[in-house]
Structures are given as C-alpha cells and as structure tokens.
Design a protein around this ligand. Structure first.
Ligand SMILES: NC(=O)c1ccc[n+]([C@@H]2O[C@H](COP(=O)([O-])OP(=O)(O)OC[C@H]3O[C@@H](n4cnc5c(N)ncnc54)[C@H](OP(=O)(O)O)[C@@H]3O)[C@@H](O)[C@H]2O)c1
Length: 327
C-alpha cells in the first residue's frame, strides 16, 4: 500500500462534507476522486482538494489513483456501491447502517470474502479513544460483572417525506439511522447477539419508525434497554451498569468523555480533547489494516456487522416494517 492512500468517495452529501473536515488533516491519505449523480455536487466536494469529479461511478472506482472507496450514499444504495467497488478489487469503508437488512449485509460480506478485498462498516464510534477506554474498563472488570446497559439516541427532525430519514424507499426511520448505534454498542459490550428481543415502535405518517424502544436479553442474563428517535431529542447517553459500579458515556456515538463511577465516587475519567468530529480515527484504522494486509477490522468484524443487522431485522419484523424494495 502506498504511503499516501488515495480515496474515492461515492456520494457527496451531508456526511461527506463533515468527514472531509477531519479527513483533510490526515497526512497519509488524500481525496483523489468523488462520484455523485449530480455533477455540481461532485465538483463542489472535489475541487478544493484537487480531486477529480465523476458522474460515472464505475469510472471513478477504476481510476488507478483510487486505492480505497468510502461509500456515503443513503442506506438503500450501500450494497450496490460497496459490491461494485469490491468487484473491482478496491477496499471499502461503507457508512452505517452497513445495509438496510442482514441479507444485503451478507451479500456484501460474501463479495468481500470471494474477492479477497477489504470491507469495513463505518461504525466510527468503535475507534474513539473514549470508547476504547470504556471497553478496557469493562474487560478489566472495573465495574464488576456487567448486568445492564442503557443507550438512547434521539433527535427531532421535521417530518419530510422526501428526506432519506422519512422515505421508506430509502430505508428511512430512526432504527437504521441512529438506533443502529445503540444496538451496535450493546453488541460491542456484551460481545454477542441477544437471545431475546422485546420492542415497540411508533410510526411516522410515511410508515417508518419515528421512535422505538427495545429490551434485549443476552445469554447469561445481561440486558440492554435502548431507545432511538427521529421525533424526540434525547441526552444520547450510554450507561453500563455492573456489580461494582457503572460507566457513563455522554454523546456515546462520538464521545469526548466517559466517567467510571464506583459506588457514588468518581473513580476515573477519560477525555478526548480532539479538534474536529473525530472521523479521522476510523480512517486511520482502515489505513493500518490496509498496510498490514488485513481484510477486515478487529474492532468491528464482518461477522459482528451481520449479527447487528440480524438484530435490526428482528426489531423491524416485530413492528411489521418492510421496506418497499424488500417485497
Ligand atoms: N457516521 C455518521 O455520523 C453519519 C452521519 C450522517 C449520515 N451517515 C450515513 O451516511 C449515509 C449518507 O447520509 P447523508 O446524510 O450524507 O445523505 P444525503 O446527503 O441525503 O446523500 C448522500 C449522497 O447520496 C446521493 N443520493 C441521495 N439520494 C440518492 C438516490 N436516490 N440515488 C443515488 N444517489 C443518491 C446524494 O445526492 P447526489 O448524488 O445528487 O449528490 C448525495 O451525494 C447514510 O447511510 C447515513 O446513515 C453517517
């Protein structure tokens, strides 16, 4: 792998602009190409970085200067775009949710394994120093045996049927947009898939979940209580509760701080004084994997991405939420 890795971005929307603010600070990577359906969007993103703008996705991926692909289109397009890049032998970092359902995630993983090409879900939460410290506290037994986890991720958006958040054709709804962070966090802490899932949701007028709450039970009796919403602002916090103490992680999905509390005493704190949102951490993880010749990332394995997608499927099945493209 080259010393400076050339990236091609598929999509030039909201997330790519936020990512670029952090990505441009990385010394070992550069943006070399951008694909969008809309030429002006591709040009607007590419121009300041001297990258090439494309309206032909395959031509962009085939550009020999493109060493890796970042898929940042709406959820329902992730599989198509990721598989195209994998078929052409380009490593892929694909936005969360990896795909709208487990069947699509499995196809992506099969394609990566069949072509021997790197693939990773852009579950950026895993790569923050705060998250790594939280997982160290948990595995060191700092809070004893973990019995319970709570996570909420809600924000309030005006209902707009055209927006990908509300549009069923684009796999809209709170679960896939933000609930995935909570389900993935519980998967990370408990290290497995729940054996029991209980849930309720409330629908938008467009027929996707405006909000949902669920209780997940794990093999040895551990439990997680999760809430997601696109119609309610919430604290966006994780609490991990054990027999000796608990951990609080404000804004857990891109954390700047976590607190370890034993009894009612603050035992330890970790802070991340970073500048920027922190997207650089996940890109750096991909760079390390590519340089080491790894085909997936150890902190968010492909099997775990499948397992999380299966839990998301179970939840939607309980509410009868089937997207039009799922037939
Ligand atoms: N990690 C994070 O914190 C985070 C935050 C926000 C979003 N995301 C994820 O990133 C993905 C993109 O989100 P976003 O907010 O950036 O979306 P967006 O702004 O709506 O669109 C992203 C790109 O996809 C293109 N696009 C939109 N609809 C399309 C369609 N029907 N067919 C083909 N292309 C289409 C857009 O338009 P043009 O092709 O016209 O340019 C744009 O280039 C989502 O999966 C989301 O979950 C992650």
């Amino acid at each position: 792998m080259k010393s400076v890795i050339g990236w091609g971005f598929i999509g030039a929307g909201g997330i790519t602009k936020r990512v670029m603010n952090d990505f441009k600070e990385l010394s070992d990577a550069k943006l070399v190409a951008v694909f969008s359906r809309t030429e002006a969007n591709a040009v607007q993103l590419a121009l300041p970085y001297g990258a090439k703008a494309y309206t032909d996705c395959e031509a962009m991926i085939r550009n020999p200067e493109v060493d890796a692909i970042y898929v940042a289109t709406p959820h329902h397009l992730h599989m198509e775009h990721a598989c195209l890049a994998l078929e052409l032998g380009k490593p892929v970092l694909c936005e969360k949710p990896f795909a709208p359902n487990a069947a699509q995630v499995r196809k992506m993983v099969e394609k990566a394994r069949e072509t021997g090409t790197y693939l990773m879900e852009a579950m950026w939460t895993r790569f923050f120093p705060v998250t790594r410290k939280v997982m160290q506290w948990v595995s060191d037994g700092a809070i004893g045996d973990v019995h319970y986890l709570t996570a909420d991720f809600g924000f309030s958006a005006a209902e707009n049927p055209q927006s990908r958040l509300f549009n069923p054709d684009m796999a809209g709804g709170s679960l896939l947009d933000v609930g995935v962070y909570a389900v993935s966090y519980a998967s990370m802490v408990f290290g497995s898939k729940p054996i029991e899932v209980l849930s309720r949701s409330r629908s938008t007028s467009t027929g996707v979940d405006a909000r949902m709450a669920c209780l997940l039970e794990y093999e040895n009796g551990q439990m997680a209580s999760l809430f997601s919403s696109i119609s309610t602002s919430t604290p966006q916090e994780v609490r991990i509760i054990g027999t000796k103490g608990h951990i609080e992680v404000p804004r857990f999905w891109s954390p700047r701080e976590a607190r370890l509390i034993i009894g009612d005493r603050l035992e330890d704190t970790i802070k991340d004084e970073r500048i920027g949102e922190g997207f650089g951490y996940e890109f750096t993880a991909v760079h390390e994997d590519l340089r080491a010749g790894r085909k997936e990332n150890a902190l968010i394995t492909l099997d775990e991405s499948i397992s999380v997608a299966e839990t998301l499927d179970t939840l939607r099945a309980q509410w009868g939420l089937v997207y039009p493209f799922e037939g």
